[in-house]
Each structure stands twice: as structure tokens, then as C-alpha cells.
Design a protein around this ligand. Structure first.
Ligand SMILES: Nc1ncnc2c1ncn2[C@@H]1O[C@H](COP(=O)(O)OP(=O)(O)OP(=O)(O)O)[C@@H](O)[C@H]1O
Length: 600
């Protein structure tokens, strides 16, 4: 089994640049349009000061100014138009690149190996697909500005050279000063921003944990402690941002110094050249105007190192997700061999540990069990016995650290880990402890399981799980919007929807993990019946806290400390007089006893 990293990777800068370049060239038309209009607009920006310089010489010589004024007007109008077009084209290109990347990141995150997701923490994934994607997307405008500034700087250098090579040299004085500042700043900026992003991800993780575990936090009176953790994580984020900002402020000051040095050098050189009659006053005027116009683009280029560094840190984290190695593709013949009908489950020597290393505690300790096609196996046991872990592994949610789970059929057996997620989901349907309601209409929520299902099919699935009455009674029926902020649904109804989705998907094997555990006893009995209807005719592994649910399954496995302690039918286990019999005895004496007994 491949060793999984403990955290999501961050791509090196060179790899991110390559991905960015490849994404840009995939939009060839937009790239060509953006480059063309940007070169034209930057060209106009450089030509205008040159024409103004010439105007100074024309006025000094007393020559007619009108032809030059016409040229100036035409160039000014063309520059204005191409500048507007350049901005639009560059933004379009940037938006396309950002959208491409965003889709790839979201797509890869949704198909992420569940064990990696668990290890890396959902906070890191959430911060990448939200904050990092947003940061990168909002740098589209920045990218457009940087492109324009870079081209303007190159064309201005050509303009200086056309005026006089000595003026060009004087202009170049700024570069060593810039270079020194950058040499000081750049090695600091990368780590500072990477740290800022990492600390922000930790803050998201702590915050998400507080939200997800809100009821536990309140139940144990841990609000103050958890609040302190969130505050400490926020303080670390503020500290990291301050460190980055302080360094940036010092860098900005050195930029202003460089500009003062550059302009002084240019004016002094121009003064000498005019005195010796080498260049005209107009040429020096043009050079000064060019330099003045360059302040903007040069400042954009240099000051944007700050934002570029942030965007690059975000991009490296996004490319880290995009580049996650795909799980190996299943072999076509294995998928073809995997049974679709009369599918049984065979578990051999299953061991699992949530931690790494040879001494890591085992949560499953060598489970051997078989569920013949069309029969049901209930799994019961005390909290922490390993029931949920067994259900998750058998349901193909994540692979176990050792042993095998096979789907058996008339043509042999296929290991679950040799199949891709899609092939597993066609054959094995899972309902986990928490049933999620997706934002949208009830129809959308239900047809996720089978896109294109008709309303009749959706209602039929709801009828199987006894959910059609309340859905049909809603004024908008299947068009009712559900999810956060919409029609509130009880946990029992959310589980009913999850069961209906399973009916629509119609897999031959189902794994139900405490599908009825959350409901109060009255609702729980209804849900038990809904779950029973789903199990009927299918191969099923049912994690049951309510023993009435276990008693109606064909066989029952009692788990204790990661092992199967007892297995048999309800009657056999009662006769055995062991753990199950004791559990049943306790269960029968609880308030539900008369009802549970009537159930069985
Ligand atoms: N994601 C996880 N990371 C680390 N340990 C885990 C994780 N999930 C479960 N465990 C541990 O594995 C053991 C078995 O847990 P599991 O949830 O499978 O038991 P269970 O029988 O289903 O318990 P319950 O009925 O309370 O859900 C427990 O000791 C639990 O603390």
C-alpha cells in the first residue's frame, strides 16, 4: 500500500510556473489578443513622451507645431483605446486561467483519497479551495497590471536608447538600487508569505473543529478553552501578517529612494549633454517624461512582488492539490469481473490502524467474516469496538491497513481496493452516521444518486422508505429547497432522504452505519422500517445500536476490542448466553423493551 503523506503537498515554484504557463497557452486566442493590445498600448505610452520632447525642440526652433499636434492627438486617442482593450483582454485571460485552475483544484479535492483528507485535516483542504483559490483569482487584475508594466518597461528602454545611449545609461542607474533592494527582500518574502498562508490554514482548521464539534464544546463547557484556541490561532495569523507587512514597508521605502537616485542621474546627465550640444533640450525633456511615466509601471512591477509572492504562495498550494497523484486506475478486466448481481462480501484478516508505525494501536484486529449474497449481517458492540471502522472499510470509504474485503459473485471474487471509486459505488451503497443534506431542491438532493431519474422514480424511492407522504405534503413538493438556510429537516428526515438516494442508486450491497441511531425512539422505529425496506433483497452490513434493528437481520456479529467476539442468528446468540444475550437482556429491560420485543 502506498505511503500517504501526512499533509497536503505544496508545489515548488518552478512546477507552479509551468502549470500556469500551460494553462495560459491552452487559451491561445485570449493570450494572443492580450499580448497584442498590451504591446500597442505600452507602445503608445512610450511614443507620447518622445513626441512631447520633439514639440519642445519645434517650439524652440520656431517651426510650425500643427503637424506634431495632429500626430500627438492621433497617438493619444489610439493609446487610450488600446489601453482599455488591453485591460479587458488581460483580465479575460486571467479570469479564464483562474477559472481553469479553480475547477481543477475543486475537482481534485472532491476525488481526494479519504485517508489523505483525514490525515491532512479538512481545514487545510477547505482553506485551499476557498482562501487560496480566492487569493489567486483576485490577483487576476494584478497579473494584467504586471504584464502591462513589464512590456512598458521594455519598450521604454528602447525609447531611451533611441534618444541617446548616455541617457539610457543614466536611466539604468535605478536597476542596481532596485536589484539590491530585491536581493534583500525576496528571500524574506517567500517564507514570510508561505508562513502566513500556513498559519491561516491552521486557524481555519481550529475554527472548523470548533464549529463541527460545537455541541461537544458546549456539552463539556469547553467554550472558553476552545475560544482561547481560536484566539491563539488568530493571534498567530496576525503576527505572521505583521511580520510580512513590516518587511514590505521597508522594501517600499527603498523603492522611493531608487526613483530619486534615477531621476537625479538622468537630469544631471541631460544637463551635461545639453551643455556640450550633444543632445537637444527636447530629448532630455522626453527622457525625463519617459522616466516619470515609468515610475508607475516600475513601481507596479516592484511593489507587486509583494502581492505576487502572496499569489505565488497560494498558487503553490493549489498546484500541490492539482498534482496529487491519482489513485492507480483499475484494470479493465478486474472491473469487468466484479460481480453486479448476487454479490456477497468476504472479509479476510482485516486489520486497521488510524496511526502509522509498527506500534500503532490496531482498531480492527484480524476480522474474518462472510456475508452471503442477499443476506444481512448486523454489527453490534460497545462504543469504540470498531463497528464504524469495519463499516467504512467494507463500504470502500477508505482501505484498511491490512487484510482484504472482496465482493464475491458467480464468476469469482474481486478485491474492493482493485476497483475505482465509481465501480465501488455502483455495487456498494453506504449511509454514514451523519446524513448530509445538500443545498438545492429536494429533487436535486435525491437525484444526485441517479442523475436523470424521473419524478415518478423519485416518488417511488421515497415510498419505499416511507418518506413520500411528508414530501408530497410540502407545498412545493420536490421543488422545495433544502439545505442550510432553507427548509429545516430533522435528522430522521435527512436519513430518510439518504435511504431514498440509496434506493434510487440501487446497489446490490448496502452498508448502513447507525442509520437510525440519531432519531428519538418514536422516529427511530419508523426509520428502522425504512432501513429494513432498503436492506430487503440486498446484501447488507448494518451497524446497529438499537438491538431491535439487529434482531431482524439474518445474522449478528458482536464486536469487542476490534475483533468479532460472537457471530450467529439472534436465536443462536441468545442460546449461547454470551455477550449478545447480556446486551439483549439489558436492552429488553429498558423503556423500549415492550416495543422492541413486539418488533422481533
Ligand atoms: N479518525 C480516527 N482517528 C483516530 N482514531 C479513530 C478514528 N476513528 C475512530 N477511531 C478510534 O478507533 C476505535 C474504533 O472506533 P469506531 O468508531 O470504529 O468504533 P465504534 O464501535 O463504531 O464506536 P461508536 O459506536 O462509538 O461509533 C476507537 O478507539 C476510536 O477512538
Amino acid at each position: 500500500m502506498n505511503a500517504l503523506p501526512t499533509a497536503l503537498p505544496v508545489a515548488p515554484g518552478r512546477r507552479s510556473a509551468a502549470v500556469l504557463a500551460r494553462t495560459a497557452t491552452a487559451h491561445r486566442g485570449e493570450l494572443a489578443a492580450a499580448l497584442t493590445t498590451t504591446v500597442l498600448s505600452s507602445g503608445g505610452t512610450v511614443v507620447l513622451p518622445l513626441l512631447l520632447g520633439r514639440a519642445v525642440d519645434v517650439v524652440r526652433a520656431g517651426d510650425p507645431l500643427t503637424p506634431l499636434l495632429v500626430q500627438l492627438s492621433v497617438v493619444a486617442v489610439l493609446t487610450a483605446v488600446t489601453t482599455a482593450l488591453a485591460r479587458r483582454d488581460a483580465e479575460r485571460l486571467g479570469a479564464s486561467i483562474a477559472a481553469d485552475l479553480r475547477e481543477r483544484v475543486v475537482d481534485r479535492s472532491l476525488r481526494m483519497n479519504p485517508r489523505l483528507l483525514e490525515r491532512a485535516g479538512s481545514g487545510d483542504v477547505a482553506s485551499r479551495v476557498t482562501e487560496d483559490v480566492e487569493l489567486f483569482t483576485s490577483s487576476v487584475q494584478l497579473g494584467a497590471n504586471v504584464l502591462t508594466a513589464a512590456i512598458t518597461v521594455v519598450l521604454s528602454a528602447v525609447g531611451f536608447w533611441a534618444l541617446d545611449w548616455r541617457l539610457a545609461l543614466a536611466f539604468c542607474v535605478v536597476f542596481p538600487v532596485y536589484a539590491l533592494s530585491l536581493r534583500w527582500y525576496l528571500p524574506k518574502a517567500g517564507p514570510l508569505y508561505a508562513n502566513e498562508r500556513a498559519v491561516a490554514a491552521q486557524r481555519s482548521q481550529v475554527f472548523l473543529q470548533s464549529l463541527h464539534g460545537a455541541s461537544t464544546v458546549q456539552a463539556y463547557g469547553m467554550a472558553d478553552l476552545q475560544g482561547e484556541r481560536v484566539r491563539a490561532a488568530s493571534a498567530r495569523t496576525v503576527g505572521a501578517s505583521r511580520a510580512a507587512l513590516g518587511t514590505f514597508a521597508r522594501f517600499s521605502m527603498s523603492m522611493n529612494g531608487a526613483e530619486a537616485v534615477g531621476l537625479s542621474a538622468l537630469l544631471l546627465t541631460g544637463f551635461q549633454l545639453v551643455r556640450t550640444g550633444t543632445v537637444t533640450v527636447g530629448a532630455v525633456t522626453a527622457a525625463a517624461l519617459l522616466f516619470h511615466r515609468l515610475f508607475g509601471p516600475l513601481g507596479t512591477l516592484l511593489l507587486s512582488f509583494d502581492e505576487v509572492s502572496r499569489a505565488a504562495a497560494a498558487l503553490n498550494r493549489l498546484v500541490g492539490v492539482v498534482d496529487l497523484p491519482e489513485d492507480p486506475a483499475p484494470q479493465a478486466d478486474v472491473v469487468a469481473r466484479a460481480p453486479r448481481e448476487h454479490v456477497g462480501i468476504r472479509v479476510r484478516g482485516l486489520t486497521h490502524s488510524y496511526a502509522d508505525g509498527p506500534d500503532a494501536p490496531l482498531v480492527l484486529r484480524g476480522i474474518d467474516v462472510e456475508v452471503p449474497a442477499g443476506t444481512s449481517l448486523a454489527v453490534v458492540g460497545e462504543s469504540g469496538a470498531g463497528k464504524t471502522t469495519l463499516a467504512a472499510v467494507v463500504g470502500g470509504v477508505f482501505p484498511a491497513t491490512g487484510g482484504t474485503v472482496e465482493l464475491t459473485g458467480a464468476r469469482g471474487a474481486v478485491d474492493l481496493t482493485d476497483l475505482d471509486a465509481g465501480s465501488v459505488r455502483e455495487r456498494v451503497g453506504v449511509i454514514a452516521q451523519e446524513s448530509h443534506v445538500f443545498t438545492g431542491t429536494l429533487r436535486e438532493d435525491l437525484t444526485l444518486a441517479r442523475p436523470g431519474a424521473t419524478d415518478d422514480e423519485v416518488h417511488a424511492a421515497l415510498r419505499v422508505v416511507d418518506g413520500d407522504d411528508w414530501v408530497s405534503a410540502l407545498p412545493a413538493g420536490l421543488d422545495t429547497r433544502v439545505g442550510p438556510g432553507e427548509l429545516p429537516l430533522s435528522q430522521a428526515r435527512a436519513q430518510q432522504l439518504a435511504l431514498a438516494r440509496l434506493v434510487l442508486r440501487d446497489p446490490p450491497v448496502v452498508v448502513l452505519d447507525e442509520a437510525t441511531a440519531e432519531a428519538g425512539s418514536a422516529g427511530a422505529r419508523d426509520l428502522e422500517q425504512s432501513a429494513e425496506a432498503v436492506v430487503r433483497g440486498r446484501t447488507a452490513l448494518v451497524v446497529a445500536h438499537r438491538l431491535s434493528q439487529a434482531a431482524v437481520c439474518d445474522r449478528i456479529a458482536v464486536m469487542a476490542d476490534g475483533e468479532i467476539a460472537e457471530i450467529g442468528t439472534h436465536a443462536e446468540l441468545l442460546t449461547l448466553g454470551g455477550r449478545y444475550a447480556r446486551l439483549w437482556d439489558t436492552w429488553s429491560r429498558t423503556a423500549q423493551a415492550p416495543q422492541a420485543a413486539a418488533d422481533t
